[in-house]
Design a binder for this molecule. Structure first.
Ligand SMILES: Cc1cc2nc3c(=O)[nH]c(=O)nc-3n(C[C@H](O)[C@H](O)[C@H](O)COP(=O)(O)O)c2cc1C
Length: 267
């Protein structure tokens, strides 16, 4: 049987039309689920950074929700270091904000190759049962060897002692820079100090082995064969804890100067 050119063309257009409708309706119907999964993924990483769950531990969405009953997301004006009112700080998309000309700005030149900054950044405050803040979980990002690493650092209420560090997206080589994901490497961070006695960011990722957090608080072992990724981690902490990142906010927290009664009861 032979088909005419017209028949083949119409048939192909009809097949394309049906497929397009199928794919786009699938995308639309799954949008809510995708957004929910993205939110859960982010929340999971906040919990991991705070050491409330182990990396790779299986947790249900209900368990995540229960943890988040004691976690408050707030938005911080990076330049003033003050918390600002937000309708839904938990749903804030910092990555979209930094690209928006009205919600972001160009970053000053920095070794971490952060090119754009959001005017407002998200902070997660982990609270104890009395409502006092136990930890601050801050989003961080910066260049490694192959691309930008995105993660969180959790600081104790003293704004100085590291509770945990985690990366949820990066392009580093598995087994080399990809060791930023290794629970053994991440465990080296707990108890280190990020600021020196003049409150300047001072944590270093060194080539070789550092001592224990008590005797060597400002240094962390590098990953072997991945000096460049280690330097990237150091650079991004230097940037995000400094004056263009969360430095002003953390200083306000220490001075009790965060003009927000939600901080009542904080250490
Ligand atoms: C295929 C390949 C992948 C690499 N991936 C990384 C990486 O993810 N992170 C990194 O710092 N270095 C990586 N390196 C090594 C760097 O090029 C560089 O040699 C290294 O950072 C130096 O670290 P070292 O002084 O600890 O040996 C890679 C090298 C090769 C050949």
């Amino acid at each position: 049987m032979q088909f005419s050119v017209r028949y083949i063309l119409l048939f192909s257009i009809a097949v394309c039309g049906v497929c397009a409708v199928f794919v786009s309706s699938l995308a639309v119907s799954l949008k809510d689920r995708q957004e929910t999964n993205e939110k859960l993924f982010k929340q999971r990483n906040v919990l991991e950074a705070a050491g409330l769950i182990e990396s790779g531990q299986s947790v249900t969405p209900q368990e995540i929700e229960t943890y988040f009953e004691n976690i408050e997301a707030v938005l911080v004006d990076l330049q003033s270091g003050q918390e600002v009112e937000a309708e839904d700080a938990a749903a804030y998309d910092q990555q979209a904000a930094k690209k928006d000309p009205k919600l972001g700005r160009d970053a000053p030149k920095n070794p971490s190759l952060v090119f754009r900054l959001p005017l407002k950044a998200q902070v997660f405050k982990i609270k104890d049962k009395s409502g006092a803040v136990d930890m601050y979980v801050l989003p961080i990002e910066g260049y490694g060897l192959w691309g930008t690493l995105f993660g969180f650092i959790a600081l104790d209420s003293d704004t100085n002692t590291v509770q945990g560090l985690t990366y949820y997206q990066h392009k580093e080589t598995p087994g080399l820079g990809g060791e930023v994901d290794n629970p053994n490497w991440k465990a080296l961070w707990e108890g280190r100090k990020v600021f020196d006695n003049k409150w300047q960011p001072s944590i270093q990722v060194i080539k070789g082995q550092a001592g224990s957090p008590e005797e060597d608080p400002y240094r962390v072992d590098g990953m072997s064969g991945a000096t460049i990724t280690g330097r990237g981690v150091e650079n991004m902490l230097d940037f995000w804890l400094g004056p263009d990142g969360f430095g002003p906010y953390l200083e306000n927290v220490r001075n009790g100067g965060v003009a927000n009664d939600r901080l009542k009861g904080a250490a």
